[in-house]
Design a protein around this ligand. Structure first.
Ligand SMILES: Nc1ncnc2c1ncn2[C@@H]1O[C@H](COP(=O)(O)OP(=O)(O)OP(=O)(O)O)[C@@H](O)[C@H]1O
Ligand SMILES: [Mg+2]
Length: 226
């Protein structure tokens, strides 16, 4: 089991009159090497679930374990170290640095620009069909290409889990489908967790978690996505 959440509540504005249960009594066990989709309306707790799994948010009550590690029992710097070593992140906005080349952007998370990592980055760029863009700057790329560079940046540290929060929300339909095609390729040797409003991009997800008002309304399991 790679993630286990037990009776997780995440409450905002504790002590104030109006409290928000971003997550309400969540129980969830997830194995790795799968593509997991998280769907649901705005405000239903999708991002809260993702950032709780990634150890960014510590629940108000309940327990979140990554493998054998209970996030609540380790320091925040230890949690940051886990994220650096084991997790990759992709967001709605690419957050690429405009004055750096594609190659330099990809190497940012690992803080190393030696020959070996450059070869590794080249191989990732090749798989994403971006090899000819290594020396371009982000503003010279299309939106879909920029998100693919964000995927490459998430992959450079060999993460065990990739968390993506609305990775295609800023893209047109065709670019969204293409970006997902590349991301999905990694589901056999990593866990891919994708939050989205758009069911089209979850066609090949193994499980889809449907969120509603901070709870898991249902899980579509073993959809047999290719
Ligand atoms: N920092 C915060 N302070 C107070 N309330 C918050 C905070 N972050 C989120 N919330 C509330 O928690 C609930 C769940 O938010 P969350 O961002 O997880 O939803 P979401 O499903 O990702 O929505 P969206 O699709 O709009 O991104 C919402 O009601 C939101 O208003
Ligand atoms: Mg969100």
């Amino acid at each position: 089991m790679i993630f286990k959440l037990e009776s997780v509540n995440l409450v905002y504005d504790i002590g104030k009159e109006a409290q928000t249960y971003a997550l309400k009594d969540i129980n969830l066990s997830l194995d790795g090497n799968r593509f997991i989709g998280i769907m649901g309306p705005s405000g239903s707790g999708k991002s809260s679930l993702l950032y709780t799994m990634a150890g960014f948010k510590i629940p108000t009550s309940g327990k979140v374990c990554y493998g054998e590690i209970d996030y609540d029992e380790i320091s925040s710097s230890k949690r940051a170290e886990i994220r650096r070593k084991d997790f990759g992140f992709i967001f709605q906005r690419h957050f690429l640095i405009d004055y750096m080349t594609v190659m330099e952007n990809i190497l940012v998370p690992i803080n190393d620009d030696g020959r070996e990592v450059k070869i590794k980055a080249m191989s990732i760029l090749n798989k994403l069909e971006l090899l000819n863009l290594a020396d371009k700057k982000p503003y010279q790329l299309s939106g879909g290409q920029r998100q693919k560079v964000a995927i490459a940046r998430a992959l450079i540290g060999d993460p065990k889990v990739i968390f993506a929060d609305e990775p295609t929300a800023a893209l047109d339909h065709n670019s969204a489908i293409e970006v997902m095609r590349f991301l999905e390729n990694y589901k056999r040797d990593k866990m891919i967790v994708v939050v989205t409003h758009d069911p089209c991009i979850l066609q090949n997800a193994n499980h889809i978690i449907n969120m509603l008002d901070g709870t898991i309304a249902s899980i579509d399991k073993d959809r047999g996505g290719i």
